[in-house]
Design a protein around this ligand. Structure first.
Ligand SMILES: *Cc1c(COP(=O)(O)O)cnc(C)c1O
Length: 838
């Protein structure tokens, strides 16, 4: 295969099973990042890019609300204080921890957070009788970490650089742990991810270091604290502090969100916070002090104690919108990790196989492994280019040419001399000679005596696309490869097989929901595998891409518009909040699209982070009602919705604001009601033999309705072949047809209607039983975009399905034996169907 063929989306998709964050990835990126059109931005490790909606939401927020100084006590100050506290909570949530475990100290960035630890760590100097504190750091550390040395050496504290190779894993029983007698505090710093090579250092080392069983050089009696420099890691990866209880974690937010800048945090484990000594005290940090005497009592609260002066409160408020937009666009850090890793891995595979016409390699890549897995490698690729005589091409030249192509990369030593030295093989003497030769950090003296002084780094973000990789690779081929461009097939094949196995294992992670936020963390075991084991089945590897869950829709208000979601919790009664509400007329009778087609123009959205149901429709102001009952809404009454569903359901009224909003829009008096949380209604199974008891929301028939995109496409074809006699109905696009069937789950199947023959299926880590087929009526004639009616697709459907006009199947979930917690459904998940045994 030649290089051009390898550099296509088709090949990319073959090599990379995860791309984008949902169906409309490309559209979203074009909308949110219009400003990078024409630019190939590959410097996300230095600063990533912010989406436009983040700025818009933030601007709206701060232009509508009055935010005062959080240290005052007036209403505007209170608003700031409360919002900032919420953001602290949100930050902790992102790292899967809670205020009882960790505190957030806002700083101006990662470096400031590092400096805060350095300055307040209770260093004990080395004396004749005592060894004193040790400051250990991995040589693959950022300048800002190594710089702590400036402070320790001034205080007579021993600094010990350790190289990544020095790690030695002692058995658990050999571990020393805390020293009961000697309480000398020591600090060990290492990066969760190298900002040079993207190598991820094991997070499990945190516990190992705390237990003194990893680095012999640092095995000194006392208490070891771990500073985990997560600045580079958190930009594209989840970090779960429950698994790795580091004592101090410094971060910079622009590396995660692109905006705001000038804001970072030190996450401090509450257990460790007590040892930090406050020296300087700024405004807001004191419980009491005297100006005429050396008397200062620090604030009890850790955040207050270390945040000198007024925090950058508007930037902190922006963080809230940053988290929101990130979650909205990507569905969480796990997706980001998969997406960016896929791009980096592909680029690595091609770049490392790329050869000059004479067969010599084009790039020397500085990496520890071979991009096997996102748990050991981040979305960073560091390299130097070689000419056809194996001579290094200086990074400055690459940088200049890249700029010509509007490709933005980073070159030099990346504030990480340790990694630079070890990867480029520069000795200490050589480093000093380079300085004498006039080379200083950040300049463009890229070669001294033919030896490189630095390298080139490309790095990816969640908005990076395949085209970015393609442009970059084509650029290298065009500018730096002696023609004809060739590919080392053997190497490429090796890489493919080396990485394939572990890559597959890293898909489909365990999913964690914390307080309504959906973020995927923790990639220990692939739940599907566990589940399959639980059901005593083996996963068939053939056709594993055959069925995927394409879309997930919830319909929060019965008969109203759909709300598409990408990762969504499975609740007791189906998808969480699906058909949790309904609209009733003045007499308390449920409205449906049969009677009121305009209902489909109401687009309710469940907003989990704020715990709100948003009511929105074109021409109307958006309003919201709480997802859960609050105390004012106890006017509980019962409704009997005769025809739509013969069952009686207990409901709660959602108040006057929602009622008048709906009445305005629908042109008749009506009210919004929701199902009482403690009310259960059971599903009647049609399929005999399936002893399924499932509780239902306000839905008509079943917990879930699933349709097959292949069936939709078939119906579409029939519709267009019937066009001539279809009395002028316009041709409908696939999405339009899909929306008419009002499914919860849309799968990409192979054959139309094959789901009719399934008895069970597994999606992600949830198993479902098929409870019946969904009979169709004129309801599918309602165009969900406009509220108007057409005869299609019912005409074509009934012509095709002679007799029973069914489309799609009903499902009920089956939680594994003994399990009470339901999982999360994620768009893009694989589906394992189980056909009826014949
Ligand atoms: C970026 C980075 C830093 C420094 O962050 P600042 O925002 O410049 O303070 C420290 N460590 C690592 C690993 C980084 O990637």
């Amino acid at each position: 295969m030649d290089f051009q063929k390898l550099c296509t989306f088709e090949t990319f998709k073959q090599l990379c099973s995860h791309y984008g964050h949902g169906d409309n990835f490309q559209d979203v990126i074009e909308q949110e990042f219009a400003r990078i059109k024409g630019i190939t931005y590959l410097d996300h490790a230095a600063a990533t890019l912010y989406p436009e909606s983040l700025l818009r939401d933030y601007f709206q927020d701060i232009s509508r609300n009055v935010y005062g100084n959080p240290h005052s006590h007036n209403p505007s100050s209170k608003l700031t204080h409360d919002t900032v506290e919420r953001v602290r909570y949100r930050v902790l949530q992102h790292f899967n921890t809670i205020p009882e475990e960790y505190s957030v100290i806002f700083t101006s960035g990662c470096t400031a957070a590092l400096k805060l630890v350095a300055e307040s760590f209770p260093w004990r100097p080395q004396t004749e009788s005592e060894a004193g504190s040790h400051f250990c750091y991995l040589t693959d550390s950022h300048t800002s970490v190594v710089g702590i040395r400036g402070l320790t050496s001034a205080r007579g504290v021993v600094a010990l650089p350790v190289s990544p190779q020095e790690v030695e894993n002692k058995a658990k029983d050999e571990a020393q742990g805390e020293d009961a007698i000697c309480q000398t505090p020591h600090l060990f710093c290492y990066p969760a991810q190298s900002n040079f090579s993207g190598r991820k250092y094991p997070l499990s080392h945190v516990k190992g270091i705390q237990a003194r069983r990893l680095y012999p050089a640092c095995d000194h009696g006392g208490r070891w604290f771990v500073l985990l420099d997560a600045a580079s890691h958190v930009s594209c990866s989840p970090l779960n502090l429950q698994d790795c209880p580091a004592d101090f974690i410094p971060i910079s937010f622009y590396k995660m969100f692109g905006f705001p800048t000038g804001l970072g945090a030190l996450l401090v484990r509450n257990n460790a916070a007590g040892i930090l000594k406050k020296t300087y005290f700024g405004g807001g940090t004191a419980a009491a002090y005297l100006s005429g005497e050396d008397y200062y009592v620090h604030a009890a609260n850790i955040s207050d104690r270390f945040e000198d002066g007024t925090v950058s409160f508007l930037d902190i408020i922006a963080l809230n919108h940053a988290f929101e937009s990130l979650c909205r666009i990507t569905g969480g850090m796990h997706n980001i990790q998969q997406h960016t890793f896929g791009l980096a891995r592909y680029t690595y595979m091609l770049l490392s196989s790329l050869c000059h016409g004479n067969g010599r390699p084009v790039a020397q890549i500085y990496t520890e492994g071979q991009f096997e897995s996102p748990s050991t490698q981040g979305a960073i690729l560091n390299f130097n280019l070689l000419d056809s005589h194996a001579q290094i091409i200086g990074y400055s030249q690459v940088d200049r040419m890249a700029s010509l192509y509007n490709i933005h990369v980073r070159t030099g030593c990346f504030c990480n001399t340790g990694a630079c030295q070890s990867f480029l093989g520069i000795s200490r003497q050589q480093m000093k000679r380079n300085l004498q030769a006039g080379h200083v950090c950040g300049d463009n003296i890229d070669l001294v005596d033919g030896q490189p002084t630095g390298s080139v780094r490309v790095s990816f973000g969640y908005m990076s696309t395949f085209e970015d990789c393609q442009k970059f690779l084509n650029f290298v081929a065009e500018c730096f490869v002696e023609k004809p461009v060739t590919v080392d097939q053997v190497r490429l094949e090796k890489l493919k097989t080396a990485t394939a196995a572990s890559h597959v294992l890293n898909e489909d992670p365990a999913i964690k929901i914390t307080n309504g936020e959906i973020c995927k963390v923790d990639e220990k075991e692939k739940p599907t595998d566990a589940l399959l084991r639980g059901f005593g089945q083996k996963q068939s590897n053939s056709r594993r891409e055959a069925y995927t869950l394409n879309n997930i829709y919830i319909y929060p208000i019965k008969s109203c518009g759909a709300h598409e979601v990408h990762n969504w919790p499975v609740g007791q009664r189906g998808l969480l909040y699906d058909r949790g509400w309904m609209v009733v007329n003045g007499n308390g009778v449920c409205l449906s699209q049969k009677r009121a087609p305009r209902l489909c123009l109401i687009r309710p959205q469940v907003h989990l982070p704020s715990n709100k149901l948003l009511l929105q429709a074109s021409g109307m102001d958006t309003i919201s009602v709480p997802l859960e009952n609050n105390t004012q809404m106890h006017t509980s009454y019962q409704v009997c919705q005769s025809k739509v569903c013969a069952d009686r359901v207990e409901t709660v009224d959602c108040g006057d604001e929602a009622a008048s909003w709906l009445s305005d829009f629908l042109g008749q008096p009506c009210r919004l009601i929701r199902q009482s949380p403690d009310f259960t209604r059971e599903m009647k199974t049609r399929r005999s033999g399936a002893a399924t008891i499932a509780s239902l929301s306000l839905v008509n028939e079943a917990q879930y309705l699933m349709i097959n995109r292949a069936s939709v496409e078939l119906i579409q074809e029939l519709m267009s072949s019937r066009q001539d006699d279809s009395e002028g109905d316009p041709l409908l696009d696939t999405q339009n047809v899909i929306s008419r069937f009002r499914a919860n789950l849309v799968i990409a199947g192979v054959e139309p209607f094959e789901e009719d023959n399934w008895s069970h299926l597994i999606i992600g880590n949830t198993r479902f039983v098929v409870t019946g087929q969904c009979g169709r009526c004129q309801m599918v004639g309602v165009n969900q975009d406009t509220g108007t009616r057409t005869k299609e697709p019912l005409m074509s459907l009934s012509a095709y399905r002679t007799g029973k006009v069914t489309f799609g199947v009903y499902l009920a979930h089956q939680l594994p034996e003994g399990s009470t917690t339901a999982g999360v459904l994620s768009a893009g998940s694989l589906i394992q169907p189980e056909p009826h045994s014949s």
